[in-house]
Design a protein around this ligand. Structure first.
Ligand code: FES
Length: 92
């Protein structure tokens, strides 16, 4: 069994998130952080966050919102972000 993992918001709160749960949903469930919620489908870019520490996978994300180099720098869309370990994230 993997998870749930502990997600810490840089300079903010903390919540837990399972491996099959988008970070955005977990954040809302726990009332943590002040993040915009839009399409929930990896298209609008409003839920963009940056992962500062930890391992994760992502689902399909708009390359207009998260470019290849953004991805390499840890940017991701929270509605398409799945932790595979504990994370520290920054909300833009
Ligand atoms: S809510 Fe639109 S990209 Fe995440």
């Amino acid at each position: 069994m993997n998870g749930p993992h502990r997600i810490r918001i840089f300079g903010g709160g903390e919540f837990t998130c399972g491996e099959d749960e988008p970070v955005l949903l977990a954040m809302e469930r726990c009332g943590a952080g002040d993040i915009g919620v839009g399409c929930r489908g990896g298209g609008c870019g409003i839920c963009r966050v940056r992962v500062l520490e930890g391992n994760y996978t992502t689902g399909k994300m708009s390359t207009a919102k998260v470019s290849e180099s953004d991805r390499e720098a840890g940017f991701a869309l929270a509605c398409r972000l799945f932790p595979t370990g504990d994370l520290v994230i920054a909300v833009e």
